[in-house]
Design a protein around this ligand. Sequence first.
Ligand code: ADP
Ligand code: MG
Length: 357
Amino acid sequence: MAPIIEVKDLTKRYGGLVAVNDVSFDVQEHEILSIIGPNGAGKSTIFKLISSFVKPTQGRVTFRGKIISGLAPHVVARKGVVRTFQETTIFKGLTARDSVIVAHHLRSHASLPGFYLGTALARRDEAEFGHSSDEILEFLGLGEVRNEIASNLPQGHLRALGIAVGLAADPQVLLLDEPLGALDAKLRQGMQLELKRIQREVGITFVYVTHDQEEALTMSDRLAVFNQGRIEQLGTPVEVYEQPASDFVAGFIGISNLLERDGRHITVRPEKVRLLASGESPPPGSHAEQGRIDEVVYLGMLTRYVVALDGGGQLTAVRQNLDGYAADVAGDRGTTVTVAWPDLQSVEITHDQEEQA
Ligand SMILES: Nc1ncnc2c1ncn2[C@@H]1O[C@H](COP(=O)(O)OP(=O)(O)O)[C@@H](O)[C@H]1O
Ligand SMILES: [Mg+2]
């Protein structure tokens, strides 16, 4: 199937700084594609390039086969590529409900009007869009606060409203830049599932920017891991987690556990590593090593062990705290231990390190 968005050889320079460096990828219709990476990786710049808020230095973005880079952002938004707004001030004193109605009217948040014009527009379009706006607000759990002044709403509601405003613009592709960034963990987890549900039910495509690995794994059909303006790896959460293509990916998504063994550069995920009981022999088809437990961290659901290996390097292993297990772990620090993991779980990283330097 033809991609809904195609990013081709895209570069954005700010003076001598290369914010996005020759990046190409597709977004498929109806998927959630996440763009994840540390601060300064170029995530927001990619986002602004797709929504045409900045112009590329090189390369292009197409939407359903037509070039959109270079068009004015509100034109791109009208075509159906819409970004959610983060800035709280954009609502300029409008109620939550009026904000949604006005966003529908403008189909672009580039130019949400001030209070008086906004209110007038909302009254005018109330008959046309009032009902739908109530549905959208309801959908995002904002039914009760629809008549509150938007900028007075608490963070969680404000974030939800940013998304409601995006949806009101009737997008085919909704671009979300760290939409849940400021929320506390519990609220964020709830909203993540909510967003997935909305995306499924409305049947639109999401490009979702986040710096949070757990959020990316939760949200995405596929994720693109960015570092220094480039894509390090693009794949499904399972592919990226289980088969990291570089040290960077191995360390950014999950815990890296990088080891040099027999001239190979390998990584093994913590939950694949078992600490054997004394006298227990390693299961067939597994690789075993001796080490010393340096650190034991009790995390409730899990306990995390850091093991210094006699063969060099260290490994983090996690063990689920099943019945009766948690009580005796603290005593393990400093003891020698055999760790083992299935041979199949040694993932060799072949990515050329020099290339990234
Ligand atoms: N308007 C700008 N002018 C100059 N440099 C910028 C501008 N926008 C972003 N940058 C730089 O580009 C790099 C990527 O920024 P950004 O895309 O915002 O990263 P991220 O969203 O991943 O944190 C950073 O080094 C940032 O300082
Ligand atoms: Mg950013």
